[in-house]
Design a binder for this molecule. Structure first.
Ligand code: ATP
Length: 196
């Protein structure tokens, strides 16, 4: 089975694209959603988060996002520590999921594939790209956040002009080029590859 990474910056539309692959019957692992879930369910991870932030990090067994957000708002080091704690658990969980799939290929959708240095785990990496202005607009609207907050997140991601050269295939989600035909063409291509 081929292992495919699907990546793209904030607001590029990678989740939207992943859902189209899912409609085609391809199993998809949504890294962001799974990480959030793990922070509420993995006993060792929960322990580590409590060690870093104290017991108030959880309320009725659920991660207290408002509390954490307040703690990391002015403390970038704490945010880095949190990411460093969560990361190995999510990477491991994603790998395990991938190895359990039975399909011609399976997809892991994640914003930070190259940034995390996990590109070697995949046979192929697809990048979703959209103009920056559109990405910012989409993220602001979807998450109800400010221009500055989106830009702050973008700064943690590799620039698109570099990322586009690292990807094996590219999907353009600029609201001009139709998405579904691009996904279908790639789907056919990967199915053929998986038969070889
Ligand atoms: P993030 O990394 O921030 O989670 P993402 O790359 O997964 O973002 P999506 O969640 O797929 O991006 O898209 C961001 C927002 O833009 C969503 O609200 C989605 O519905 C919208 N969007 C994405 N692509 C299109 C499109 N082609 N036309 C209209 N809206 C779109």
């Amino acid at each position: 089975m081929l292992k495919v990474g699907l990546t793209g910056g904030i607001g590029s539309g990678k989740t939207t694209v992943a859902k189209i692959f899912e409609v085609l019957g391809i199993p998809v692992y949504y890294a962001d959603a799974e990480a959030k879930q793990l922070m509420n369910t993995h006993p060792l991870l929960i322990e580590e988060i409590k060690l870093l932030f104290g017991n108030d990090a959880y309320q009725n067994g659920i991660l207290n996002r408002a509390y954490i957000a307040e703690k990391v708002f002015n403390d970038k080091q704490k945010l880095q520590k949190l990411n460093a704690i969560v990361h190995p658990y999510t990477i491991e969980h994603g790998k395990k999921w991938m190895n359990e799939q039975h399909a011609p290929y399976a997809i892991k959708e994640a914003a930070l594939i190259f940034e995390s240095g996990i590109q070697g785990e995949f046979d192929k990496i697809i990048g979703v790209f959209a103009p920056n202005a559109l990405r910012v607009q989409r993220a602001m609207k979807r998450d109800g956040i400010s221009y500055e907050q989106v830009m702050e997140r973008i700064q943690h991601q590799i620039d698109d002009d570099i990322k586009i050269r690292l990807c094996d295939d590219v999907i353009i989600n600029d609201e001009q080029k139709m998405l579904v035909p691009q996904v279908l063409a790639l789907h056919e291509k990967i199915l053929q590859l998986s038969n070889q």
